[in-house]
Design a protein around this ligand. Structure first.
Ligand code: GTP
Ligand code: MG
Length: 195
């Protein structure tokens, strides 16, 4: 994919704040701190477009970034961060569910998991839910710089098995630190537009 332009458009909590042009949208979901915002910056070749932090819970709203004036990448708040209050968790949950469930131009939901660890039960629940709504053909395994090349296949297998991914479903390792896996991810995303 040739990135000609990438721009932040808006932050939203409720549907009235979503962009109105209804271009295709590709959403990034996953646990807090897994690397959603970093991955977005990395594949766009931008350093600070989406806000990144070592402290989980950085992204708190739905953030829309328009690419080549043709489609959106959508950065969502993460789940599974223990230190937020119950009411805050509930309101994030509602924000996420409303967006993921009711957005007609949502083209794909990409689940991000940390390549080092077996996906959590929350990840599995999220993936099942994504599948249920007809998405989930691409999983991104983040922070691939944290394991050796020799360990790669073993780790990808653990992720595949825990999520019970189908044979044809893709799992793309990516490293924002080493800038690896960018082309592979873009070709998987491009295929979504061809189908
Ligand atoms: P929330 O917004 O809290 O849901 O988190 P997020 O999923 O957007 O994670 P974010 O991109 O903010 O990154 C979290 C931390 O992981 C930061 O300290 C990043 O620098 C680090 N990180 C992200 N991607 C990578 C990677 O590929 N390799 C390494 N080593 N660290 C990474
Ligand atoms: Mg984030």
């Amino acid at each position: 994919m040739k990135i000609k332009t990438s721009d932040f458009v808006t932050s939203a909590v409720v549907p009235s704040q979503y962009p109105e042009d209804m271009l295709p949208e590709i959403a990034f979901v996953g646990r807090s701190n897994v690397g959603k915002s970093s991955t977005l910056n990395t594949i766009l070749g931008r350093k600070k477009l989406a806000k990144v932090s070592g402290t989980p819970g950085k992204t708190r709203t739905i953030n829309f970034f328009i690419i080549n004036k043709e489609f959106y990448l959508v950065d969502l708040p993460g789940y599974g961060y223990a230190k937020v209050s119950k009411s805050e968790k509930a309101s994030w949950g509602k924000t996420m569910e409303t967006y993921l469930n009711k957005r007609p131009n949502l083209q794909e939901i990409l689940l991000l998991v940390d390549i080092r660890h077996e996906p959590t039960n929350d990840d599995k629940m999220m993936y099942d839910w994504i599948r249920h709504f007809g998405f989930g053909s691409i999983v991104i395994a983040t922070k691939s710089d944290k394991i050796t090349r020799g360990q790669m296949q073993k780790h990808l297998k653990v992720i595949r098995e825990k999520l019970q991914m189908a044979k044809g479903d893709k799992i793309v390792p990516i490293s924002s630190l080493k800038k690896e896996g960018i082309e592979a991810l873009w070709s998987s995303i491009e295929e979504l537009f061809i189908d």
